[in-house]
Every structure is written in C-alpha cells, then in structure tokens.
Design a protein around this ligand. Structure first.
Ligand code: G3I
Length: 351
C-alpha cells in the first residue's frame, strides 16, 4: 500500500492536500501558526542537509540542550553562551525566532547544582542564573521555558511536584521565585511553564492535568507572572489521545488568560507496528488528534517538534524498538524526506 493511500485511509477525504511537494511548503513560510523544531547542538555546522531542512521548514528554533543549566553554567559562576549564540546567529540570519529552553529544571543540571545545601544558596544561585542567562538574551529571545516539568509523573495528593534540588530547598514556591525573577529581568518576555503527558486517556493523564491546573491557580492567586503553558507533546503512540480531556484542559488554561504552545511534539513509536507506512500513518493520526484537540479550545502560539529528522532524536535513548527497527517519531525521515506527520503539521499550521 503506498504512503499516500494509507494516509488517505487513515485521515479520510481531507488528506488530499497532504501530498503537496516539499518546496512549495518552503515558499509558504508565513504559516498562520509558526512551525519550528529543537536543534541538536553542533549538527547545523556539521550537516548541510540538516541546516537546509531547518531553513526550508522552520520559523522558530529552540536548542535541544544549548540553554540548559549544565551547558550555560557548567561551573559555578562560569557562563558559556557559545552554542546558544551560534544558534541565535543562524536563526537571525534566516529570519527565524529562537526560544529559550530551559532555566529551572530537575534535570540537565551540572553536578555542582545538585550540591546546593540550603534555601539561601538555592535562592541566590537560581536568581543569578536567571538574571545572567535572560539578561544575555534580553530582547532577542522572547519566549522562555522558565520552569520545566514541575509536576510529578504520577501526581498524588501527597506528592504533586517532581522532586528536584529546587523543591527540596525552596518548596513548590520555587516556581514563584523563578517566574518573578524572569519577569524582572525581561518584562517583555513570554514566561512559560512547560510539561508533558497532558494528552493521555489514562489515570496518569487525568491526574497530571488536574495537578497542573491546581498549580497554575495557585500561582495566579499569588499574582505570579505567567503568560503561557508549554504542552510538550511527547505522545505515546500506542495510547489514544484523550481529545475531550485535552480540549477541556486547554480551555481551562485559556479561561485563566493563558496562551498555549506546542513545544516538543514527537510520537514515541516503540510499541507501534513495524511496517513504516502503517506506523507513519498512526503517528500522523495521533499528532492530528492532538493538535485538533488543542485548537478546539485555543489556537497554539506555535508548534515545535523535538527535532526535525529521525536521524537526530532523543527517542531511542529511552524508547528503542525491540525489533531493532529505527524509531520514526519526527516529521522528516532519516533522509530528510517529509512524512505524513509533516503534512499534518504543515496543514494544521497553514489553517
Ligand atoms: O554532549 C554529551 C556528549 O559529549 C557525551 O559523549 C554523551 C554521552 O554521555 O552525552 C552527551 O550529552 C547528552 C545530551 O543529551 C546531548 O546529546 C546527555 O548525556 C543526555 O542526557 C542529553 O539528553 C537530553 C535530555 O533532554 C536531557 O537534557 C536529550 O538530548 C534531549 O532531547 C532531552 O530533551 C528533553 C527536554 O529538554 C525536556 N522534555 C523532555 C525532552 C526529552 O527527554
């Protein structure tokens, strides 16, 4: 069965538009909703096909790791912006935006951060980090994941927040300090809290949505500046999207005056059938259900995938396939050819 026929089958009559040639899409760069991707450090310089794919498709880029604490402040007080400066230069040269990911997270930290031993030290180091990093990009990076993945994977009444050096020393209000500091450094910047698993039709998905909404209500009740929520979208391909649940979740966020961004879309396919056409079709359908469910409540500010080609993706780190076949979670295959997923994203962003 040809890809086109399968996609038609999987996505019904409206799929015809998905077969446009790639170059036409490049010329339609001014999509109604900007599309972008996470960029793996160093690959743009090494691989011209990768750089060209980013130029052809993206209006926005974000560093997969170039602004994480471990990269920009590897030693206490020593800041290194080289990788992020390089990506920003590439983005600016090609008319793209660059997002900032991420300032305060439980992971991606250098060892010295994990040795922080008091509330005072945690407060001092967090404030200095945010002031220095956001200060360096003030007015040039306009949207920041200030707090990343604050909610526990399976939140319960007693354990809503994910353990971190920040939660340990500052309690849940570490998020208040991070957001207030960010707003003070760059009052024009879009301040985002970014997290995942909001789309699942599972107890975990429902618990995560409830816990996240409760956290946001708490922040707003304390007048903490927050502008948007990053819906990561690392979709587990074998689990159907809870469309009514996700739509209601986004509607609730919208009713609180918040914007939403799709920040890290990919479809984890280690438990999907091996046949590529069939797998690509299921992946495209999951992404379409996900994006449509969000847009049913609020149009996202932008849609970013966590990488652009299957050649460079984090998915095999934790979700490699038992059959040994390569994962196919992203819009372009390992030869930079567009798949049904790119058709879905381009069509969604063009609407
Ligand atoms: O650069 C070093 C390399 O020098 C060394 O040889 C190699 C072997 O250890 O490690 C390389 O660093 C790895 C880095 O990715 C660059 O590829 C780190 O070990 C590895 O932990 C890091 O993984 C990243 C992970 O976040 C942790 O920061 C993934 O690439 C990245 O895709 C992933 O992205 C996260 C988002 O930030 C937040 N949401 C979930 C998403 C996926 O986990």
């Amino acid at each position: 069965m040809r890809r086109r026929d399968f996609v038609l089958g999987a996505l019904g009559a409206g799929a015809l538009s998905y077969a446009q040639p790639a170059t036409a899409l490049a010329q339609q760069r001014h999509l109604a909703i900007p599309y972008g991707a996470a960029i793996r450090d160093g690959v743009i310089a090494e691989d011209p096909l990768y750089a060209q794919a980013v130029i052809d498709y993206c209006q926005v880029v974000v560093g997969e790791g170039n602004l994480k604490w471990g990269t920009v402040q590897p030693e206490r007080g020593t800041f290194d912006f080289q990788l992020a400066d390089d990506l920003l230069a590439f983005a600016t040269k090609n008319g793209m935006e660059m997002r900032g990911h991420c300032l305060v997270w439980y992971a991606g930290n250098p060892d010295w951060v994990e040795t922080i031993a008091s509330a005072e030290e945690a407060r001092t180091e967090m404030v200095r980090h945010i002031e220095t990093v956001m200060g360096h990009y003030k007015g040039r990076v306009r949207s920041w994941d200030v707090v990343n993945e604050p909610i526990a994977d399976a939140p319960t009444t007693g354990a809503v927040y994910r353990d971190s050096v920040w939660l340990k020393h500052l309690g849940p209000e570490y998020a208040d300090l991070a957001l207030r500091t960010a707003a003070a450094v760059d009052p024009e910047a879009q301040l985002v809290i970014n997290d995942y698993d909001f789309e699942q039709s599972s107890d975990k998905g429902r618990a995560k949505r409830k816990a996240f909404l409760d956290m946001v209500r708490g922040l707003q009740s304390r007048d903490v500046p927050l502008h948007a929520v990053g819906l990561q979208g690392h979709i587990q391909g074998q689990i159907p999207i809870d469309k009514p649940g996700l739509t209601a979740f986004v509607a609730e966020l919208a009713s609180m005056g918040l914007s939403v961004l799709v920040t890290e879309l990919d479809v984890i396919d280690n438990l999907l059938p091996g046949a590529e056409l069939e797998r690509d079709g299921i992946i495209a359908q999951r992404a379409k259900d996900y994006l449509d469910a969000i847009a049913a409540a609020k149009r996202p500010d932008m849609v970013l995938t966590w990488g652009i080609t299957d050649k460079h993706t984090w998915v095999p780190i934790w979700f490699s396939r038992d059959d040994g076949l390569p994962n196919r979670p992203l819009p372009l295959d390992a030869d930079y050819k567009p798949k049904a997923l790119m058709d879905v994203i381009q069509d969604f962003c063009a609407e």
